[in-house]
Write a protein that binds this ligand. Structure first.
Ligand SMILES: Nc1nc2c(c(=O)[nH]1)N[C@H]1C(S)=C(S)[C@@H](COP(=O)(O)OP(=O)(O)OC[C@H]3O[C@@H](n4cnc5c(N)ncnc54)[C@H](O)[C@@H]3O)O[C@H]1N2
Ligand code: MOO
Length: 393
């Protein structure tokens, strides 16, 4: 819908809930191309296909205890030693024989069970003790059979899934991970050292990779540029990625070219301004190839805008829930007043069912967000006690 449609906000702005819904809707129709990524790069992404066991688990018959692998009834004659990592012994165990064995070592053929040291009596090269057929051996494939489906398409890859995939022989995983390009605009922006005398340290560039990552995406390119129109046009026209986020240039000042550049590229604008505080100058637009998100230059406002448009967009692209949602409602403490038309996002610390404003949350500052657990969502005209919460991205 163009900016002139029913906005549910004011002055052409979308209401905050509708802006988030627009981002989810747009993302939901644009799944990124599945990619095979290294295990390290797959963390936090959504599986594009089921994952099968490339081998059984365990992959070979192995001892589950330090002790003795034995065959037949005891006592047993000690005939050798098998340590973890050693290949299979060339000769199997015969009844009445034992090898000393380490946890995880491959048991020789003919092993019936393992007798832990604690239960074994060893004397003159002979072992004796209460053997129980089949005990203390991890038999090949008993946990997972080769070919079994162990992880399902659509699951978010967590640390345990990575370890599991590795243990079953995978070096890569097929995932949906939207590729994000970030352009940080502003002549005054610097990337190292102290700010001052008109220069400002980039505070959005360092924050965005984590925001994108937690929403399941990956920043593949992050560039800084000045305020000129032509380089912005060239960068957007040539951007390679599912999503391009532009920081700064979202307002209507003389150096804010994002709108006119998007128009020249024939992009359709889905959201132009959001009725929220901070962060109202936000943009969501798209061509057939790319989704563009405009974030305000004020860093605190940019983070709220990222939580409003970028995070729901990226999460929906790979079909996962918005990571900001799912917190229980809380009683908002302190003297917070609602705005008559805009949704306020107030940085709060959570303590049981109570939300305490942390302050320091002016649009130009990330101090409040850095202290906060969540934003309290204060709708226009609210005069209740409970509020919805959104995790700080
Ligand atoms: N006439 C109006 N002026 C402004 C309005 C408005 O509605 N009417 N809205 C204000 C609000 S609210 C915001 S937010 C900003 C958004 O402006 P831009 O997105 O165009 O951003 P800039 O003008 O480039 O920068 C704003 C501010 O933020 C600083 N900045 C920019 N980028 C960074 C960065 N990467 N790291 C740290 N700080 C950054 C920049 O130096 C400015 O101080 O527009 C208001 N004006
Ligand atoms: O809303 Mo601006 O986005 O407050 O700083």
């Amino acid at each position: 819908m163009g900016a002139g449609g029913c906005t549910g906000g004011h002055g052409g702005h979308r209401s905050w809930p509708r802006a988030r819904e627009a981002a989810r809707l747009l993302g939901g129709g644009r799944p990124p191309a599945p990619r095979e990524l290294s295990l390290e790069d797959a963390l936090g992404a959504v599986l594009a296909a089921d994952v099968h066991a490339l081998t059984g688990l365990p992959a070979f018959d192995a001892s589950a205890m330090d002790g003795f692998a034995v065959s037949g009834p005891g006592p047993w004659r000690l005939v050798g030693r098998q340590l973890a990592g050693a290949p299979e012994a060339p000769v199997g165990l015969r009844p009445g024989e034992a090898v000393e064995i380490a946890t995880g070592a491959r048991v020789p053929k003919g092993t019936e069970c393992v007798l832990p040291y604690e239960l074994a009596a060893v004397r003159d090269g002979t072992v004796d003790g209460p053997a129980e057929a089949g005990r203390h051996v991890r038999w090949a494939g008993e946990e997972t059979a080769p070919g079994e489906t162990v992880l399902e398409r659509g699951a978010v890859v967590g640390p345990a899934a990575l370890g599991l995939a590795a243990s079953l022989g995978h070096d890569t995983l097929p995932v949906l991970r939207p590729r994000v390009t970030v352009l940080v605009t502003g002549e005054e922006i610097t990337t190292s050292g102290l700010p001052g005398d008109g220069s400002v340290r980039d505070a959005i560039g360092p924050a965005l990779p984590g925001v994108v990552e937690r929403a399941g995406g990956r920043i593949e390119s992050l560039r800084h540029m000045g305020d000129e129109r032509r380089p912005l046009l060239d960068a957007l026209a040539g951007a390679d990625g599912d999503v391009v986020a532009v920081c700064g240039s979202s307002s209507r000042g003389p150096a804010d070219h994002l709108r006119s550049v998007l128009e020249e590229l024939g992009a359709e604008v889905a959201v132009d301004g959001v009725a929220c505080r901070p962060g109202h100058p936000q943009l969501l637009a798209h061509t057939d190839r790319t989704v563009f998100v405009g974030l305000p230059g004020n860093p605190g406002a940019a983070l709220v805008a990222a939580a409003t448009l970028l995070v729901p967009l990226l999460a929906a692209m790979s079909g996962r829930p918005d990571p900001g949602t799912g917190l229980a409602r809380a009683v908002l403490e302190g003297a917070v007043t609602a705005h008559p038309r805009d949704t306020r996002l107030v940085a709060v610390r959570l303590d049981g069912g109570r939300a305490h404003p942390v302050g320091h949350d002016r649009p130009g500052s990330l101090r409040g967000a850095a202290l906060a657990d969540a934003y309290a969502v204060v709708p226009p005209g609210w005069d209740g006690t409970e509020v919805e919460l959104l995790r700080v991205p």
